[in-house]
Design a protein around this ligand. Structure first.
Ligand code: BES
Ligand code: ZN
Ligand code: ZN
Length: 504
């Protein structure tokens, strides 16, 4: 998808579709600068058309209008932004996604314009960003295995009309940056949507190596099983024991041109398929478990473009990749494994495997002297019970760092909600035989128990844990894309990295 800026008027652009925003109105539906200008050009036919369609501009609604070719060649899609007083950039992102979903397979080009300062106080750069995000995320599909659709096309060109040429350079930058973020999101979505037989630890490792090969600031080291043994990662290896697929411990590193003391580690859960292990999952819970490497996919998505963002500090990407399978060699309840940091873990449920692999990933981040750690993990069904499918649970040992993550999430529209890690709950993961148990002692607050467990492996490093079990994978089509991997966290992390880079 290409984005072009022009100072031609919208009605002068030759495109298959012209997208026109309006706010929800009572009587007046032609109520934005763009719609008013177009209505003038069409001698009031736009107003009449909307009346005829009973279109009142409600959020997430759109209508398409056709006029005689002599009058106006393109199809006009008028889309509702809801009430003006409730308008945010999120609304615009979702609106463009709806347009993409409706039109993407049918046309080659689309013309659009920005809301004026009188319409909304959303800065132009942010409008450019959400326009790209909405159109690109909304038009994503995973058709590799659909014989009929595998070569389906995309809008090839988006032409944006804006009268002030002085803004072009800066808008171009926002458009390019948003495109980059979306490409990274596509990469994560593709990895999550890929079948587990293909998206193996080996494929994840190869993807990481390819990323490093393509970017001179990024290096990659793959630790094979024997290396992992030497490092003392018995916890990760314990989970990997049940499968014949070789496990891979993936270590990516971005180094800036100038030396820096800051070293942010991003850690992703990389379970390429979660059967539950010997504590086998029931059928209804296993179907989508190829998504259990979503955290890892997010880390890879971020690294695929980090060389182009060039943050002024080091960024580490850490993934312990293995499926959680069953075999004669698999872990059984009662087994005890020792994590890299020396803590012993009693395995009381082989389906709580994510935290066991993360124990080693987080210990590794600490050993590598990360100054901040953020982990993304499809860790608990309990987090989905608490927050539903769209919101990630955020847990932390450092409220200052958490605020920065929350602020980055707010701008990208990826929702997070903080869950506490209260001292009163410190016995939740008590084990009678080892330092800690991977299965909480009680039924309640399972997401928090997961967070409390992970906290034991980050020492005092400022750390944020995002439980993305809900938002990483859409069970059905959603506002910004189809069923499947959402790429949750890619834009959030890239935005965080950008914002941390701007700090003095
Ligand atoms: N991968 C699952 C969590 C999950 C569930 C992710 C649903 C996405 C959707 C994780 O490994 C798991 O099975 N967790 C257990 C933990 C329990 C045994 C303490 C769970 O949530 O039931
Ligand atoms: Zn599990
Ligand atoms: Zn899992």
């Amino acid at each position: 998808m290409e984005f072009e800026l022009t100072n031609n008027k919208l009605e002068k652009i030759s495109a298959d579709i012209v997208a026109v925003p309006v706010f929800e109105g009572k009587n007046e539906f032609v109520n934005t600068e763009t719609s008013k200008k177009l209505d003038l050009f069409l001698n009031g036919d736009l107003t009449d058309g909307l009346h005829a369609e009973n279109f009142i501009g409600k959020k997430n609604t759109l209508v398409s209008l056709r006029f005689p070719k002599k009058v106006f060649n393109a199809k006009i899609i008028v889309f509702g932004l809801g009430k003006k007083e409730d308008f945010t950039a999120d609304v615009l992102r979702i609106a463009y996604s709806q347009i993409a979903k409706m039109a993407v397979k049918k046309v080659d080009s689309l013309a659009a314009s920005f809301l004026s300062a009188n319409d909304a106080d959303t800065p132009l750069d942010l409008q450019a960003t959400v326009l790209v995000e909405g159109l690109m995320l909304g038009s994503y599909s995973f058709t590799k295995y659909k014989e009929k659709d595998k070569n389906e096309r995309d809008f090839s060109t988006i032409i944006i009309s804006h009268d002030n040429k002085k803004d072009f350079l800066r808008l171009k930058k926002s458009l390019d940056m948003a495109k980059l973020f979306c490409r990274a999101t596509y990469m994560a979505r593709n990895l999550v949507n890929e079948q587990a037989a293909v998206a193996t630890p080996t494929l994840l490792a190869k993807t990481a190596q390819d990323i490093a090969r393509g970017s001179k600031n990024v290096s990659c080291k793959i630790f094979e099983k024997t290396d992992v043994e030497k490092m003392g990662m018995e916890a990760f290896l314990g989970v990997a024991r049940g499968s014949d697929t070789p496990p891979k411990f993936i270590y990516l590193k971005y180094t800036p041109g100038k030396k820096s003391k800051k070293r942010l580690a991003i850690v992703g859960k990389g379970i390429t398929f979660d059967t539950g292990g010997i504590n086998l999952k029931p059928e209804w819970a296993m179907g989508d478990m190829k998504m259990d490497m979503s955290g890892a996919a997010t880390v890879l998505g971020v690294f695929s473009v980090i060389g182009k963002i060039q943050p002024p500090f080091e960024v580490l990407g850490i993934i312990a990749a293995t499926p959680n399978l069953i075999s004669g060699k698999a872990l059984v309840p009662g087994d005890v494994v020792r994590a890299m940091n020396g803590k012993t873990i009693e395995i009381n449920n082989t389906d709580a495997e994510g935290r066991v692999t993360l124990a080693d990933s987080l210990s590794f981040a600490v050993k590598e002297k990360a100054t901040e750690i953020i982990d993304l993990a499809t860790l608990t069904g309990a987090c989905m019970v608490a927050l539903g499918t769209d919101i990630a649970g955020l847990m932390t040992n450092d409220s200052g760092f958490a605020k920065k993550v929350q602020s980055a999430a707010y701008s990208t529209g990826e929702k997070v909600w903080e869950l506490p890690l209260p001292d009163e709950y410190k016995d939740m993961n008590k084990s009678e035989v080892a330092d800690i148990s991977n299965l909480p002692t009680g039924r309640w607050a399972g997401a928090i128990a997961g967070g409390m467990f992970l906290r034991e492996f980050v020492n005092n490093t400022p750390w944020v844990h995002l439980d993305i079990a809900g938002p990483a994978f859409a069970e059905k089509g959603h506002l910004l894309g189809p069923k499947g991997g959402t790429g949750y966290g890619v834009r959030l992390l890239l935005n965080l990295i950008k914002e941390l880079g701007g700090e003095k």
